[in-house]
Design a protein around this ligand. Structure first.
Ligand code: SAM
Ligand code: SF4
Length: 452
């Protein structure tokens, strides 16, 4: 979501004369777009600010000016602390106000040279920023993000998102479809619909008559000419309705991969997390998805060491992982976040060394599953969307339908195309193989046949 937001900030700033440059060294403005989800991510901001302060000073000594800004969820949650710890920061704003950047920049420009502008905009405005953002300027490339939903009303007890991104909001379908058409015209072959809880999306229908759910939206986006692949992330298990799950069996362009975080396999911990689902509910969703699309690959987020987590709770998580079988997953030690209910469960915090031990065991199991999943691809042919140069010269890197990273020897003319690759080698987190000539630019139906 921050990658998408950063691209949209560049769009907002283009009309007032800013364009993205490669590094911060001589930039006229540096915006740190930040994440507050875990303590480590938030702390990075302050170390980065120290480095940027030196660049800002150097530019001032040469008679120039560098506007320094902190955007995103750290800006939203820690505006006062930034002001205290880094008073040389000129602008602090949150995820919901960056459409006001031209105004903020004008105010920063008006501040006397050498003074810190001290601009703060961390309110949750009544207007939606999407109504004020200009059309996208540059192309996002062959694989593009499109935010359809933002914020969250679920209030899991560990999570800052409802406080930093604000309440749940669904963009109307008309604006989403228009943006998708522009992305495709700009060269996108794959679109990933984004939201903190993307499957809670329930936007106004294009004709204004009622609301659609995400399954209906995916069907509409898939019908747009020129689109090869469609994905969405991140989903909450409680919002996985039948129409959305059925879409996986019906839409050829919808890739057979779902990121569906469960966090824990223990009902006791899930209740303490306020996840609003039990392990069995999650497993029912997994089974139903597999009914509609038997080869669907799953990924998840896990938190180990949530306050009060016992060995038995952790064993439940490991059992759930064994039962599901993941293609990949993200896992984290619980990180207390100020202002969230779980951070105040002082008497039940799990010791650091226990978190470390559990995370290692959980990651070892997930890595084994990922390697087994990748090994099963060896000898098969997969459709790969090449979206970047590979590590070696003469190589391209792309994604399989199941989100695996795939390397293959291929000319630069294949960049941005769908090509069929025969998989020869599997590592824990990537595949490599050979192009089966001449399969460039296959359509989505061919992609489905190859992978099914
Ligand atoms: N909305 C998604 C859901 O409900 O599953 C998750 C979005 S959250 C931005 C991304 C992931 O960060 C979560 O799934 C969770 O695993 C992790 N996370 C959030 N807060 C955390 C915390 N306090 N400590 C550790 N991990 C955390
Ligand atoms: Fe955070 Fe996801 Fe829970 Fe919302 S549903 S509070 S985004 S973890």
């Amino acid at each position: 979501m921050n990658v998408y937001d950063s691209a949209r900030m560049a769009d907002v700033l283009a009309p007032v004369g800013y364009r993205p440059v490669d590094g911060p060294e001589d930039a006229d403005m540096v915006i740190l777009n930040t994440c507050h989800i875990r303590e480590k991510a938030a702390e990075k901001v302050f170390s980065e600010l120290g480095r940027l302060r030196a660049l800002k000073r150097r530019k001032a000594m040469r008679g120039g000016r560098m506007i320094l800004a902190v955007a995103g969820c750290v800006g939203q949650a820690e505006g006062a602390e930034i002001k205290a710890r880094a008073p040389y920061v000129d602008m602090v704003f949150g995820p919901q106000t960056f459409h006001r950047l031209p105004d903020m920049v004008a105010r920063a420009d008006a501040a006397p040279q050498g003074a810190d502008a001290g601009i703060f905009d961390t309110e949750f405005p009544a207007e939606s920023k999407f109504d004020f953002l200009p059309e996208e300027q540059g192309s996002q490339g062959v694989s593009a993000f499109l935010a359809v939903q933002e914020g969250c009303d679920k209030f899991c007890t560990f999570c800052v998102v409802p406080y930093t991104r604000g309440g749940e909001f669904s963009r109307p379908a008309g604006g989403i479809l228009a943006e998708a058409r522009r992305l495709i015209a700009g060269g996108a072959r794959e679109i990933t619909l984004l939201g903190q809880n993307v499957n809670a999306w329930h936007g106004e229908a294009p004709d204004g008559a009622g609301r659609w759910g995400l399954g209906r939206l995916l069907r509409a986006v898939a019908e747009l000419d020129g689109l090869g692949r469609l994905r969405y992330t991140t989903s909450h298990p409680g919002d996985m309705d039948d129409d959305l799950m059925a879409a996986h069996g019906e839409i050829a362009a919808l890739m057979p991969f779902v990121h569906l975080p469960v966090q824990s396999g223990s009902d006791r911990i899930l209740a303490a997390m306020n996840r609003k689902h039990r392990a069995a509910d999650y497993l029912r969703v997994v089974d139903r998805l597999r009914q509609f699309r038997p080869d669907i690959a799953l990924s998840s987020d896990f938190i180990v060491g949530f306050p009060g987590e016992t060995d038995a709770d952790f064993a439940d998580t490991m059992a759930l992982i064994e039962r599901v079988g993941y293609a990949q997953a993200y896992s984290f030690k619980y990180s207390p976040r100020p202002g969230t209910p779980a951070a105040d469960m002082d008497d039940r915090q799990v010791p650091e060394e226990v978190k470390t031990e559990r995370l290692a065991a959980l990651q070892a199991l997930l890595n084994r599953q990922q390697l087994a999943f990748n090994r099963a691809a060896v000898g098969t042919a997969m459709t790969v969307l090449f979206d970047r140069p590979g590590r070696q010269p003469g190589q391209l890197l792309g994604r399989s339908p199941f989100m695996q990273a795939v390397h293959a020897a291929a000319g630069a003319d294949r960049l941005g195309t769908l090509a069929e690759v025969r998989i020869e080698r599997a590592l824990a987190n990537s595949l490599s193989g050979r192009l089966t000539a001449p399969a460039a630019n296959q359509d989505a139906h061919a992609a489905l046949e190859v992978t099914a």
